[in-house]
Design a binder for this molecule. Sequence first.
Ligand code: FES
Ligand SMILES: [Fe+2]
Length: 323
Amino acid sequence: MNINHTRERGYNSLPIPFGWFGVAMSDEIAAGAIRTMNYFGTEFVMWRGEDGVLNAVDPFCPHLGAHLGVESTVNGNDLRCAFHHWSFSGQGAVTNIPYTDTIAPRLKRQCLPTWPVKEQDGVAFVWYHPNKAEPKWDVAAMPTCPEDGEWVLHSTYEWIINIHVQEITENGQDHAHFNAVHGVTGPAEGDFKIDGWVRSNKVVAEMVTPRGPMTGIIDVTATGPGQSITEFKDVTHVVHNQQQTPIDAEHTHLRWQMYHAPGLSEGRIRVTDARIRDLVKQVNQDIPIWNAKIFQTEPLLVKGDGPILAYRRQYQKFYEFEG
Ligand code: FES
Ligand SMILES: [Fe+2]
């Protein structure tokens, strides 16, 4: 039986958005390594040259069509196809053909389509656009560490979830589920803002901590459809660096890197551990619901549901593929 899951789940109106998306942790691709990547309902090939530069290209060799992720090798900074040993630079130009001494000028220009790549805060990003349009914004960086030193990486997590990427970040605007699913008070409206490609929200709330009541701040900045960076400032200071990347229209790869401020006392480390455990528990509470839900194109919303429609309005911009 051939079931059209996409239609059944209400995803007909949800293509794969364009944007910068995390596709690996930087340290997963060492110098000399080649990886075939399966994201955005397609494939591409990445390699890191001996110069440390990470590159991404379309998967098939423009010569006679070999898959550049299969049996190929990194030769200096270039990728060498296994079939006839043509070498390609990260700009998609032919740099060497071992059995000819005349390489036509058009081969020395780009003849293999490339993908823009950026590495930021230990994550490798590619720019996806179905029409190969140039990047429209830059990859967002973690906030600067306010105390002496650098953020300390506490832990990393990843999940593959059966859901369209748009649905993952809608969860943050869905205020009513916080109490129902996570047993916590939903965030106050906060300072919800849409500014072009960026959505932000700053919530200041009184919270109960082991040290008594205090003012906590949750400060989220989502840049494009692929990145959300959240600072939790209360009895501890945690940075939650999140990337959500479409594998296809129905599957999303979610990655988290959790950081804390340097120089924490043992007591504050314990609070930080508990804080991070709690955030991981929350996503594990969401996942069974995400895996099975459909996208309601016309949801029945009431007061108290949160800025879901404002979120969806901005998200439409990531589907404007022309221009
Ligand atoms: S197919 Fe790649 S070098 Fe011939
Ligand atoms: Fe949630």
